[in-house]
Design a binder for this molecule. Structure first.
Ligand SMILES: NC(=O)c1ccc[n+]([C@@H]2O[C@H](COP(=O)([O-])OP(=O)(O)OC[C@H]3O[C@@H](n4cnc5c(N)ncnc54)[C@H](O)[C@@H]3O)[C@@H](O)[C@H]2O)c1
Ligand SMILES: O=C(O)[C@H](O)COP(=O)(O)O
Length: 475
């Protein structure tokens, strides 16, 4: 009998398993017995396609795969004794951390339990497909908002004064040795306006939009805003004089500056080209559009027509094939979140979120899974998490599986979001022999109709994950 967490872990570490191969429902059942340190939970149905590559797999550590340059301060949140963090390759990765890398399904090994975007926008991740695969995608709300807000304010000044043109002119004059001679005469070409007393319209009053509203008001601007999904949290931080309007056109009409701060969402009901011909037709002729959200939100052809026909400006943080050299456009290389502070904060939040999910099963800041707060797991418990399609009957069959193995559920949580349901079940281990019983119940759960994956959390990194992908079972 295993009566304590330490004893259970010891049992799990010392258990030796024999290699066998048999057939079940025409699926090869392969069990492993490599005599390595740590637990071999031997309940595979099918084979991990990537599992054969053990060369870079350290037993007993979580494998984290990174794309893009992630702040070392953030990565340091993964303790070395439990985590192995690699960039680009980690065949058996448990989790992925990335910034703007356009993630393809092929980048996501079947072993991956979670993905975290060190940043706000998750449009570079195939979130819908990850949901189908039972993988929660996380982001870091607000972690880089101050950096973006500061660049929006900078963009407003770049749009109100001909700073970029002036800098370029001084370079040209300098190269010709004419700067001192010409500067006072030529500066008349680069005059501008002040932002104090002007109107700023903000579309999207989330983390960035609400911060921008506060600071713009402090600079003496009149601020109005539009956000049909305004949260209480954001609403509480808005300046009290902000005028809330009920449409984008009402926001942009009469505004001198327009800042768009909303997510890019493809498809019907999404935000692709939301700043298009119709909305632009309500712009003042000299309006300055600030786009520090995503390039795809703006219809470039319609914006070109606007810029060609008046004295308006476009300041954008994203590449634009049509407007990159337009005289009234200033295009920056996606610098919004590129400050030390924002990179550290976003990476740290992402790392903490992944750790919490891997180590406890708790879900916070996911864009596709339900928030799930959990009490601490007592030493005497083993925690199961189950991801399943949100269909009737699945929950009953999952609990039945535990009953049929004589396992007592101490605590059970079932949350759902759209098509996905997430269950956490804490099981009393005091009266049980341990790993083999978990193997049996995990097999049963994984075969319940609609179950996508299950995980056993008992303090050993990276063990006890089972997945049902397109009818094939993997461990
Ligand atoms: N340039 C950069 O480096 C950079 C950095 C961070 C974020 N971003 C972009 O900015 C976006 C906003 O970031 P955030 O941190 O403020 O996110 P957020 O989630 O805190 O706020 C987004 C707000 O937009 C609102 N919204 C959604 N659709 C809308 C619509 N059609 N009309 C009006 N409002 C709408 C939401 O209700 C929410 O309040 C991100 O999705 C990302 O694409 C860019
Ligand atoms: O959505 C975001 O957070 C930003 O676009 C930042 O992207 P980056 O991390 O690649 O700079």
């Amino acid at each position: 009998m295993i009566s304590s967490r330490a004893a259970l872990d010891k049992f799990m570490r010392s258990s030796t398993v024999r290699a066998t191969t048999s057939r079940f429902n025409n699926v090869v059942v392969r069990t492993k017995s490599t005599p390595v340190q740590g637990v071999q939970v031997e309940h595979g149905r099918g084979v991990w396609k990537t599992y054969g590559d053990l060369s870079n797999y350290k037993q007993g550590k979580y494998q984290i795969k990174t794309f893009n340059k992630i702040s070392p301060i953030g990565l340091a949140r993964f303790p070395e004794e439990d985590y192995d963090v690699r960039s680009g390759e980690a065949a058996n990765a448990h989790a992925i951390l990335l910034r703007s890398h356009k993630l393809q399904e092929e980048d996501v090994p079947k072993t991956v339990r979670a993905i975290a975007r060190c940043g706000a926008g998750t449009n570079n991740i195939p979130v819908a497909r990850m949901t189908e695969l039972g993988i929660p995608v996380f982001n870091t709300p607000g972690a880089n908002a101050n950096a973006v807000k500061e660049l929006v304010l900078c963009g407003m000044l770049l749009g109100s004064r001909k700073i970029v043109d002036g800098v370029n002119h001084m370079k040209e004059l300098g190269a010709q040795g004419l700067a001192r001679e010409r500067v006072e005469k030529d500066k008349a070409t680069f005059g501008g306006q002040e932002i104090m007393g002007k109107t700023l319209a903000i579309i999207g009053l989330g983390h960035i939009g609400s911060m921008t509203a506060r600071d713009a008001q402090a600079l003496g601007m009149t601020v109005k805003g539009y956000d049909p999904g305004l949260t209480v949290q954001s609403a509480l931080t808005l300046p009290k004089d902000l005028e809330l309007v009920d449409s984008i056109t009402a926001a942009v009409a009469g505004a001198d500056y327009i800042s768009i701060n909303i997510p890019y969402i493809k498809g019907e009901g999404g935000t692709h080209g939301i700043i298009g011909k119709e909305v632009i037709s309500h712009f003042s002729p000299n309006a300055v559009l600030l786009n520090f959200a995503r390039g795809e939100l703006v219809d470039s052809a319609a914006m070109k027509e606007f810029l060609d026909g008046g004295d308006g400006r476009y300041v954008s943080d994203f590449p634009d094939d049509l407007l990159w050299d337009h005289q009234n456009a200033i295009i920056l290389p996606h610098l919004g979140a590129s400050t030390e502070e924002a990179e550290d904060a976003a990476a740290s939040m992402a790392a903490d979120t992944i750790r919490t999910y891997l180590e406890t099963g708790e879900i916070k800041n996911s864009v596709n899974f339900p928030d799930t707060s959990l009490d601490e797991r007592p030493d005497t418990n083993v925690r199961f998490t189950v991801v399943n399609k949100n269909v009737p009957g699945a929950l009953a069959k999952i609990t039945e599986a535990f009953a049929s193995e004589g396992l007592n559920i101490l605590q059970q949580i079932n949350h759902s979001r759209g098509e996905i349901a997430y269950n956490v079940l804490d099981i009393d281990t005091t009266k049980h022999e341990g790993v083999l019983e978990f193997k049996n119940v995990q097999e049963k759960i994984t075969m319940v109709d609609g179950v996508i994956s299950t995980r056993v959390i008992y303090g050993q990194p990276g063990q006890g994950y089972a997945k049902n992908i397109d009818g094939e079972y993997f461990i």
